[in-house]
Structures are given as C-alpha cells and as structure tokens.
Write a protein that binds this ligand. Structure first.
Ligand code: SF4
Length: 527
C-alpha cells in the first residue's frame, strides 16, 4: 500500500495530463505558474467540476471523504487508515502514489465487505465519455494498482443529458456510469513511460514547442497569451472557419504572418478574398444588396436578443443537464423609421423563469412585424419553449416564423478590416457604431460573464447590493445587444452612413414602454 511521500514525487495526475496536452505546458505549470491565465470560462469549468463531484459523492451513501487537499502526507495516511479500518466503505478523494506520481480518486467503491476488490470511478461534468478521459483514468488506475489496490473495474461517471430532474433535490439517475476498463487496458502500460518523459521535460529548460492544434485541444491552454502573442496586426490566422485555418497554416509555412503581405491571387475562396481585399486596402466593403434586403423588411421591426443558462446540474424541476434555459430578453421596437421603444425581461427570483419569459415576450412582440435577431439561436430557444409549454406553442411558433436573421446577411455583404475575421456582434459593432462600446459596460460584457452573473444573482448567498449591481450589468449588456442590431440594420440600410450623435447614451434616448425585473427570491407571485 501507500509508501511515505517520495522526494521525487513532483508529479500529479493533473500535471501528467498537462504533459499529455503539451510538454511545454507541463514545464510552464511547474516553473512559471505566474504566466498562467485562467479566464472566466476556465474558472467556471472548475467550479462546475467541483459541484458535480460533490453531488456524485452525495449520491453514494455512507462514504468517507479523505480531506487534506494541501497535505499529501496526511491524505496518504488517512487513505491507508480508512482502507484498513473501514474496508467496506466507499472512499471519496483517497490519495495514492507510486514512484512519485500522486493521484486522488473521485470515488473508490468496495466490491465486497472485506474491501478486497474495488471499483474506481472518475466523475466528469461532460455529457459523454471523451477521449481525453481515458488517459486520465488510466493514470489513476495504474497508480492505485501499483500502490497495492486490486481494481475489479474502472468507470467514468458522466452526466446523463436524458435525465429529467424531478425536483426536491432528488438527483438519482443524474449520472451515467460507463465501464472503461477495456478501453484503458492498453494505456496502463504506457503510464511509466509518460511519467519518465514528463520528468525529462522538467529536468531541462523550457521546451521549444511551436503553438498548434494542441493549444486548444482538449482544452484551451491557459498559457496561450504567453506562447501565442499576435504575430502581426492582421495575422493570417484571422481567416475564419476550418478552411481558413487550413489556409493560414499553409500561408504561415510559406513565411506569411500578416494577411496584408499575402499576394492577390493566392486566395481564391470568395469570403476569404473579401477579407483579404478589405484588409490589404484598409477599407470596409458593404454590398448594396444588404440595404435592399433590409429595406424590404418594413415596419414595425422588433430587434430581439435572448440570454440563456445551461446548468450542468439541473436547478429546476422538469429540466435536463446542459439544457439551454432562457432567463432574459431585450427588445427594441422600431414602430416607424427611427422611432424606438425598449422593453426587457430579467427574472432574478431563482425560480424557473421560462414560462414568464415566454408570456412576457409574446405580450411584447405583437402579431405582426419582422423580428430581427443575430443568429439561429433565438429560433432554437423558441422551439424549445414551444415544446415545453404546449398551450403557448402556436403563438411561439408564429413568433419564430417572423424571425429575420441579420447574421448571414451581414456575413454575405459586409466586412471591415477591424473585424479581424469575426462577424460576432462584438466585432461588428465598433465598426458600424463607434459611439457604442461593449468595453464600457460593467462586469457583464459577453455571454459567459452574463451566465456567471445570472448564476450569482440567483444564489441565495449573494448579498442584495451585489445582486442589484449584477442585475443592472445584465440589463445594460442585453440592451446593448439589441441596440447593436438596430444600429447595424440602419448602417446597412443607409449604405454605411452612421446615425451618430443622438445615440451615444443609448439608455437615455430610448423610451421604455415595458420592463420586467423580478427580484422576489422566495415564494409569492412576481410583480
Ligand atoms: S499555449 Fe500551446 S504551445 Fe504553449 S504551452 Fe500551451 S499548448 Fe503548449
């Protein structure tokens, strides 16, 4: 069983997994952790992982949690003692090490009362077994076996997206357990070699490894800003989509870093050509066809945007893991050219917001007029709402039939060099309405931070003042999303002319005809 901590341990499963992604990443994790940049998406992924892990433990009754996250010797000793004295008990986070390689196992379940054989379970917050889970599980199993444990099987417990939460904290059935014993069998013998090669990396200087596909596979590496500084003002890597990335690699291999240096004729794809031409000439392109198509839309127009959240662990009865659930919308209504009113909805009660979201939306959108959006996402959410609420299905589908997606139109007919290969509304807006700025918003400036803000707002532990500030930030963010659509439509319709001046402080220029912010946190009907 576990020996005393070795002076050579230095490696944990997570570090070995970092080496598997990229040897340079391991070296940086150990030697330059100060260069690591964990963005909000990474931090949220960790938080979800902890939540899912804790829930998996809750579902295994009578288990013993081996603590000591920061004390390896104590964790090893407590694990040894628990295996000796409580052989029939499930263990959570037991620690094992062999040859200086340390692992903590999510769930270790005895197969018999004597604890002579164990079932090793790794808990993942994904919706299926991913390829990168297998070396992860193999490392756990190899170390545990070498430390003297007899493993009967190894499983990955992942979220079952078919699970519908019945409510009242009953999460039985949330996990699907997949036996991966056979799939990791051929990897077990490779673990000693991985360990040895990882140690070789650590014994030398920073590896000279070029950035490549590994920087985002299987996860975004937190050292990308260090390894991948922009090579040029308009790097060839800004070419979009898979074929653009393929071409960018070819161009880089030919010695081109900046798109402006690439000769005409080297790029043949029409979309890439448009980007190339605009970038080389330093001029935006706007096809008059955009004005023709928007001009045909007529009035009234509704400019609409949704915000959604997808909980790994369903928060509301009747919902599934990772189901996209709408909690906020913003709508600018243009009843006649230039005449705007604004309405928005944000439910901060912590109760399921979807029904109220749909009802208030239907009351705002009326029966006629195009509804301008900027992706196919709103249509998918409306379809989901129609399925969830059959009595609202017909009017919701009628709303979906009125959607006019500005994104494909913009992608086909507009490009500005400052967009740098992206047609996201955040990339487009500064080029059509420089007076509006997502960067000037508070702490909610994108979809990821919007979801984080909403999750914090509905957390009962969040202080009222903080909740109020996040609520304002969410409202400002979603409002800007739809005001951006207004300005883009006007810009395209008017051939690139900009109605600046009156719109710098959009909030004060728009008349509110309806606002719904529910702030009741428990019980009762909302206002
Ligand atoms: S950014 Fe890329 S090259 Fe740099 S350490 Fe990470 S994976 Fe390796």
């Amino acid at each position: 069983m576990n020996a005393a901590p070795s002076r050579t341990h230095g490696l944990s499963k997570s570090r070995l997994v970092a080496w598997l992604q990229c040897p340079r990443r391991l070296w940086l994790e150990v030697n330059r952790p100060d260069l690591r940049l964990d963005d909000l998406a990474i931090r949220r992924r960790f938080a979800v992982g902890h939540q899912v892990g804790a829930l998996a433990r809750d579902l295994e009754a009578g288990g013993v949690l081996v603590g000591h996250e920061d004390d390896l010797a104590a964790a090893l000793e407590d694990t040894r003692r628990a295996l000796d004295r409580l052989p029939g008990k499930p263990l959570f986070e037991p620690a094992f090490q062999h040859d200086g390689l340390l692992v903590r196992i999510d769930l270790l379940l005895p197969e018999d009362s004597a604890g002579s054989r164990h079932h090793l379970v790794e808990v993942k917050s994904t919706a299926s077994v991913k390829g990168y889970h297998l070396p992860d599980a193999a490392i756990q199993a190899w170390v545990a076996s070498q430390a003297g444990l007899h493993l009967s099987r190894v499983s990955i417990a992942h979220l079952d997206t078919g699970f519908i939460y019945p409510g009242n904290g009953d999460y039985r059935g949330l996990f699907h357990w997949s036996d991966v014993s056979e799939r990791i069998a051929s990897l077990l013998d490779q673990v000693p070699g991985w360990t040895s090669r990882a140690r070789t990396v650590l014994a030398a200087g920073q590896p000279d490894i070029e950035p490549g596909d590994q920087c985002a596979t299987p996860f975004d590496c937190p050292f990308q800003h260090h390894c991948c500084p922009p090579a040029a003002e308009y790097p060839v890597t800004l070419l979009p989509h898979r074929r653009g990335k393929t071409l960018a690699r070819e161009l880089a291999a030919e010695g081109f870093n900046d798109l402006r240096d690439v000769p005409a004729g080297r790029i043949v794809d029409p979309l890439q050509q448009r980007i190339h031409d605009a970038t080389r000439n330093g001029r935006a392109v706007l096809d008059p066809e955009a004005a023709a198509q928007i001009g045909a839309v007529g009035w009234p127009r509704y400019y609409l945007d949704f915000e959604t959240i997808a909980f790994a662990v369903p928060a509301w009865a009747g919902t599934r893991p990772y189901q996209a659930l709408p909690f906020q919308w913003s709508c600018h209504t243009e009843s006649a050219p230039g005449q705007l009113r604004h309405a928005d909805f944000l439910d901060t009660t912590g109760q399921a917001p979807m029904r109220r979201f749909a009802e208030r939306l239907l009351a705002t959108l009326g029966k006629t007029g195009a509804i301008i959006v900027y992706s196919a996402y709103e249509r998918r959410i409306l379809d989901g709402l129609a399925r969830a609420f059959p009595d609202l299905a017909d009017p919701l589908r009628a709303v979906a039939d009125r959607l006019f997606d500005l994104l494909p139109l913009t992608r086909a007919h507009y490009y500005h060099p400052a967009m740098k290969g992206s047609w996201s509304i955040k990339a487009v807006l500064p080029t059509v309405a420089p007076d509006l700025d997502y960067g000037a918003l508070g702490e909610v400036q994108d979809g990821t931070s919007a979801q984080a803000a909403y999750a914090e707002i509905i957390d009962p532990a969040t202080p009222a003042e903080r909740r109020a500030s996040l609520t304002d930030a969410l409202l400002d963010y979603c409002r800007l999303d739809t005001l951006a659509l207004v300005r883009l439509a006007w810009f395209s319709e008017e051939g690139g002319r900009n109605r600046t001046g009156n719109w710098a402080t959009a909030r004060s220029q728009v008349e509110y005809d309806f606002r719904y912010i529910s702030v009741t946190l428990s019980g009762g009907e909302n206002p």
